[in-house]
Write a new protein. Structure first.
Ligand SMILES: Cc1ncc(COP(=O)(O)O)c(C=O)c1O
Length: 427
């Protein structure tokens, strides 16, 4: 069976050969009735929105109940005597997080939410001067990122002209790496920070993070990454690529649940720098002196130094369960399946619905699992029709439908069902 075969049978055959197929049973997949309100249809929906909110891992309910029981049983003693004591609880996420984003364990921390982490780290890494104050982002950056960079500039006394937005060439949907690097180089000593989404939320473009980080450093700027759409989707190597910092959320590909606690990376060379300016809270203090309750902040030499408060166990718990699944499979194995799955989806789309435009780069090394689609006609009506067919994907202004088959739980048959539905919708 080859991917040239467009039949449903071929999709099923690929699932039968897929070594990761059993991972699907680790997740709760909504039925068509519950997710889409089509009464009486208990079959699983086609869920292609793991890039927005990932599915619930089966193990989460028991793990959450365990924490609730321990709270009831031990109350304050749970900090030391819960089955997973709460005092060091967040430390157990470091290993799996570091393996996901290519970091050393002490370079990552689970804390807060993405935009909060972005602000905290920009306070340390965006150090504008009258000569060097520009922040470079994508024109299609997620709105929260646009607000965050503009408000950081304004907080330091700079206007909107401090934010440089990278735009694709006329008639092109995505950015060329050479153009990004040229812009950074031509702005040179005026650039204070380059801050892009590792994978752009709208186009699905995976930027050449290492080359861009190098260009930012070459211009004397810091480089930070928003990995909301990259973490758990594509293999990144933050330490080796020399990023200064990165932030990500855990509710998309990381399946940590709505509003789940986010992650942050700060490079080893910075976490050990005692002169690095930062906002401080007691959980960032060296644990060996934290409970002496002194007035002076002594930052721990890890990304934990940016942690403000004691960690939210009920928010960390689902993330911990989900990360154990990533550890079981490994991001490189997931990526291998992802390349096959998204490649198959693209192949089906081009063969069966050629009227659909794909704005995501065709080069697999320039994208993760998501394909961003431009449909003929009204995309909202198409989305409704897809829902009626049992398919969940999403719409982003102005005209993009995003479909993200995640290798952790989506099947080749999901892709087939989606394209089959789309073919009817656009017929
Ligand atoms: C690329 C990107 N950046 C930032 C955010 C905002 O995340 P949060 O609400 O956790 O701050 C999102 C949320 O979807 C996102 O997709």
């Amino acid at each position: 069976m080859t991917t040239a075969d467009l039949s449903e049978r071929a999709a099923r055959a690929m699932d039968a050969l897929d070594k990761l197929a059993p991972m699907r049973s680790e997740f709760l997949i909504p039925t068509v009735s519950s997710a889409l309100g089509r009464e009486g249809d208990a079959s699983p929906c086609v869920y292609l929105t793991g890039n927005s909110l990932g599915l619930q891992p089966q193990g989460v309910r028991d793990a959450m109940e365990r924490e609730l029981e321990d709270w009831a049983r031990f109350a304050v003693e749970g900090h030391l005597h819960a089955r997973d004591p709460w005092l060091p609880y967040h430390e157990s996420l470091r290993g799996p997080l570091s393996r996901l984003v290519g970091a050393m364990e002490h370079e990552v921390v689970a804390m807060n939410t993405l935009t909060v982490n972005l602000h905290l780290l920009m306070l340390s890494f965006y150090r504008p001067t009258p000569e060097r104050h520009l922040i470079v982002i994508e024109d299609t950056a997620f709105p929260s990122d646009s607000y965050a960079v503009a408000s950081q500039a304004s907080l330091r006394g700079f206007g909107p002209e401090s934010v440089v937005r990278l735009r694709p060439r006329e008639g092109e949907a995505t950015l060329r790496t050479g153009d990004i690097i040229d812009t950074i180089q031509s702005l040179g000593s005026k650039v204070a920070l380059v801050m892009l989404g590792g994978v752009n939320y709208l186009t699905g473009q995976w930027f050449e993070m290492e080359a861009i980080t190098k260009a930012a450093h070459g211009a004397g700027a810091a480089c930070g990454w928003d990995l909301a759409h990259a973490a758990g989707n594509v293999p990144v190597r933050l330490h080796d690529w020399n990023a200064d910092f990165a932030v990500w959320c855990s509710y998309k590909y990381l399946n940590g649940g709505p509003g789940a606690v986010a992650g942050a990376f700060v490079h080893d060379r910075h976490v050990r720098n005692s002169a690095l300016p930062q906002l401080a809270g007691w959980w960032g203090n060296d644990p060996s002196t934290r409970f002496r309750m002194g007035p002076d902040f002594s930052p721990v030499a890890s990304a934990d130094r940016f942690a403000m408060s004691n960690p939210p166990i009920f928010s960390l718990c689902p993330v911990k369960v989900s990360l154990s699944l990533f550890d079981r499979v490994g991001i490189d194995t997931l990526r291998r399946k992802s390349l096959a799955l998204t490649g198959y989806l693209e192949h089906l789309l081009r063969a069966r619905v050629p009227s659909v435009g794909i704005t995501t780069p065709a080069d697999p090394s320039q994208r993760g699992c998501q394909l961003s689609l431009r449909l003929p006609g009204d995309p909202r009506r198409s989305l409704d029709a897809l829902k009626r067919a049992g398919v969940v994907c999403d719409f982003r202004e102005p005209d993009i439908i995003r479909a993200a088959p995640t290798p952790m739980y989506n099947s080749f048959h999901d892709c087939w069902r989606f394209v089959d539905a789309l073919a009817s919708v656009t017929a």
